[in-house]
Design a binder for this molecule. Structure first.
Ligand code: SAM
Length: 433
């Protein structure tokens, strides 16, 4: 039988040593496990270890006499998986020890069995004392790297602890009802009839929060396009475009197409062009649109370049810019491990380049929505302020809503606010001449 702890340790190894994201490497590992229950358990271990990494790694260093060599980092990852089960999962301790220790054998490193066993037993013996130590530094208390803690503290003086705490929660399961097909109220009734507890997300027009996550295939009407999985904050982007029939609309960084589809659900009578530079991810846009029975022109290209455009301008542009994703850490805890402080300046450069390109494609009188799933003002307010200073034909179109926080330009939703992911939105209007 395949050892699930071994698979979890291998996946975590991919993240820690090869810098791959969980959404990239976990799906291929899951295909090796047949039972749905085992898949969920494996997934919970991988996400959990990444979420708790900064505490588990510190514990491992305290428990190991000396750090493991580079070639034995698979065993280090296995120790993290064992510690995670002991600290956070409701798995009986004897099962954790038996299974985790025998995973060392599955790695063909029988010498490591004794080590893994000793480390986990030693944790069990001194758990309260070790856990106490974990409360003494911000890195192990909040389980974030120091640079993210510094950024959040600096920028969100009153909210930094709430933000870091929210980042470590499991994300809620949110849906967007396709109001072209069914009303939100009617869909809620369908969920209730299927014994799925849910409530509306009042800040959105089509959002529903499910009490328990489910397999999408089990959602009523999913296959015929009545509903999509999308966080409530992400649903605000298309709403902010104030779409009208007959408009030409550009979705500049479209994949996997959540917002592309939402635009067409809100206003089917627009001419929509969806651009993304990643052809593989653009295929997800096409698949999503096909399931929802919607149509857009999908173009694989650098949206910041000129080659893909036929020169016709757009009435509405959504720039959902590539960003640090610091607002969605609760959904992608591996971001805490993979992202570097030095990435931010490069991202700001790219965001500015894309915003400049977008401006050249907007009709006079047109409206642009800039969005990121970042909570770092450098990628948000600062990009917009610099743009407004250098573009006299641009004015801010205020977002008059009661969600999130008002910023010097635009509005920010912090992670966990309104049960939503962290997102930033700003709107720019182009002058008529
Ligand atoms: C935040 S995601 C977009 C999410 C998407 N709007 C949605 O709601 O499903 C950012 C996307 O930008 C794309 N991207 C990054 N740089 C780009 C560029 N220069 N041109 C076009 N797409 C780009 C990435 O491939 C990625 O799919």
């Amino acid at each position: 039988m395949i050892n699930l702890r071994m698979l979890a340790a291998r996946t975590v190894y991919q993240v820690l040593v090869h810098g791959r994201s969980l959404s990239d490497c976990l799906p291929e590992t899951l295909t090796r496990v047949r039972e749905l229950r085992d898949q969920s358990f494996l997934q919970a271990m991988c996400y959990g270890v990444c979420r708790w990494y900064y505490r588990l790694d510190a514990l491992a260093h305290l428990l190991l006499e000396k750090p493991l060599k580079l070639k034995d980092q698979d065993i280090h990852c296995l120790i993290l998986v064992g510690l995670y089960q002991l600290t956070e999962m409701r798995v009986p301790a004897h099962a954790v020890l038996d299974e985790t220790v025998s995973a060392a054998q599955a790695f063909k490193k029988p010498w490591a069995k004794g080590l893994v066993n000793a480390v986990l037993r030693s944790y069990q013996r001194s758990a309260s004392e070790l856990n106490e130590k974990m409360l003494q530094s911000l890195v192990t208390l909040y389980m974030h790297p120091q640079w993210i803690i510094d950024q959040v503290q600096k920028n969100w003086l009153l909210d930094w602890q709430d933000i870091l705490t929210a980042n470590n929660q499991r994300p809620p399961f949110a849906l967007r009802v396709n109001q072209k097909q069914i009303t939100r109220e009617r869909y809620l009734e369908k969920l209730t009839a299927n014994n799925m507890k849910a409530r509306i997300i009042p800040e959105t027009q089509a959002g529903i929060l499910l009490e328990q996550p489910v397999d999408v295939q089990d959602l009523p009407g999913f296959l015929i396009g009545e509903v999509s999985v999308q966080d409530g904050a992400a649903q605000l982007a298309a709403e902010l475009l104030e779409l009208k029939a007959g408009q030409r609309v550009l979705d500049m960084c479209a994949a996997p197409g959540g917002k592309t589809a939402h635009i067409l659900e809100l206003q089917p009578d627009v001419e929509l062009v969806a651009v993304d530079r990643d052809e593989k991810r653009l295929q997800d846009v096409r698949n999503n649109l096909a399931r929802l029975q919607l149509l857009a022109t999908c173009i694989s290209a650098d949206a910041g370049g000129k080659e893909w455009s036929d020169g016709q301008l757009f009435d509405r542009i959504l720039l959902d810019a590539p960003c640090s994703a610091s607002g969605v850490i609760r959904r992608h805890p591996d971001i805490k491990i993979l992202r570097r402080a030095t990435d931010i300046a490069k991202l700001v450069h790219e965001q500015t380049r894309l915003l400049n390109a977008a401006w050249g494609l907007l009709k006079p009188g047109g409206l642009l929505v800039y969005a990121t799933c970042s909570i770092f003002p450098e990628e948000n307010v600062a990009v917009l302020q610099a743009f407004l200073t250098s573009h006299p034909d641009a004015t801010e179109e205020m977002i008059r809503m009661d969600w999130g926080k008002s910023c010097a330009v635009g509005r920010q939703i912090l992670p966990g606010m309104h049960d939503m992911d962290g997102f930033y939105f700003a709107r720019l209007k182009r002058g008529l001449n």
